[in-house]
Design a protein around this ligand. Sequence first.
Ligand SMILES: Cc1cc2nc3c(=O)[nH]c(=O)nc-3n(C[C@H](O)[C@H](O)[C@H](O)COP(=O)(O)OP(=O)(O)OC[C@H]3O[C@@H](n4cnc5c(N)ncnc54)[C@H](O)[C@@H]3O)c2cc1C
Length: 408
Amino acid sequence: MMSEVEPYLSQEQKSLRARVRDFAREEIAPLTARMEEAGTHVDLIIPALLAGQGWTGVLIPEEPYRGMGAGHVAKMLLIQELSYWSGAAGAILQASLIPALALQVLGSPEQRAQWLPQIAAGLWATIAVTEPDAGSDILGMTSTAYPKRDGSWVLDGHKCFVGNSHIAGLHLVVARTGAPGSRGQRVLSAFLVEADRDGITLQLPSHIGLRGFSAGTLLLDNVTVPAANLLGEEGQGMTAAYGASMVCGRPNLAAVALGLHQRLLDETTAFVTTRPRRGGHLSDNRVVRNRVAEIRHGLITSELAVYHASALLDRSVPCDAALLNAKLTAKRTAAAAAQQAADLFGGYATRTDHPFARLDRDIRHIAAPAGPDDIQLHHLGEATLGTERDQWSQRFTAPSTTQATSVA
Ligand SMILES: Cc1cc2nc3c(=O)[nH]c(=O)nc-3n(C[C@H](O)[C@H](O)[C@H](O)COP(=O)(O)OP(=O)(O)OC[C@H]3O[C@@H](n4cnc5c(N)ncnc54)[C@H](O)[C@@H]3O)c2cc1C
């Protein structure tokens, strides 16, 4: 089935989509059964395969950092196509792109020169913001970073749900540098923490889905980093966390949802058109056809919303409302599609050996990262009623990310 946005893509974007589609079918699809059987675990094969393609550098400029410089729409194509075969593969790629963008936007020339070529070459990164008692409420975090006399920083804290926790070579950790309990915009700072620093412990709680993707716990006990590892200026932690989540995290999760949603549609269509019923098939029934139509309706709506927001980013058009809408729409339509599909699969929807089980579980993972629905609505309300201070999509841009070949 042709994608809704195919006619709007440039030739380069169409070629990239064809390439990732072939790659995902040939290289990723054969791995998913084994990954499902393994339960929550850290897959190392997919990261190696993705790194080999150079896709960790999709937003990183070719010059001077040896990335792809392909832009936001290209990024969405990669994540969506990978997620069609494996939500975990899409999640792995997208999680690293968020800290990479923060580095591009806030990093000093030295930090960019040190880290961006490594990330483009396949070094995995995380953004560690969430804590057990502070998720949506970022300013509620209690992890701390204290300066020492020599200018270095000591970090202590407990971060959870850290995407790519167990494969990363670099963690972008946001911690409190302001007074305990204070809530101003500049009480947080961001730090580049190499994964092999003393004092770091990783844990991997069990998750219901995205098997193979590590969303683990990062414990920081007296972890010392040099002054040069402060990202941007002291007090820019909120900018790093929220800007990257708005401009990169929200569309990324929406793209994972799109891939899973498309697969759900294809699995459902295959099921209802082959399942025998009274000399014909289930799909002969008008009610069944309408349910399939509901799933397609959601997919079309979602795809247009998601690529619209990404195309605006590639054109440097302020688009916070479109980004919020993209995440909200993609999550809601995928979740609604899963419910429609569950009804259509009947008893098979309860079988762990049916493809629906994985898709249903993976779709549930889209809800929280980059903000649950209520948070998207909260900010959409502020954007609509004019109480938002200014647009992250305007403030949080690296000049290099706008050189992309955008939607024609
Ligand atoms: C698969 C996965 C990957 C993730 N990856 C990362 C990552 O890489 N890095 C990272 O730092 N974190 C990551 N997270 C964490 C994610 O960002 C948080 O789960 C998310 O911010 C929500 O925080 P919370 O779970 O603490 O929920 P809470 O903030 O406690 O919210 C729970 C519910 O309370 C309600 N609520 C809360 N605040 C409001 C409000 N202001 N207005 C209205 N309703 C509200 C909403 O209904 C919300 O769903 C990931 C999570 C998952 C599941």
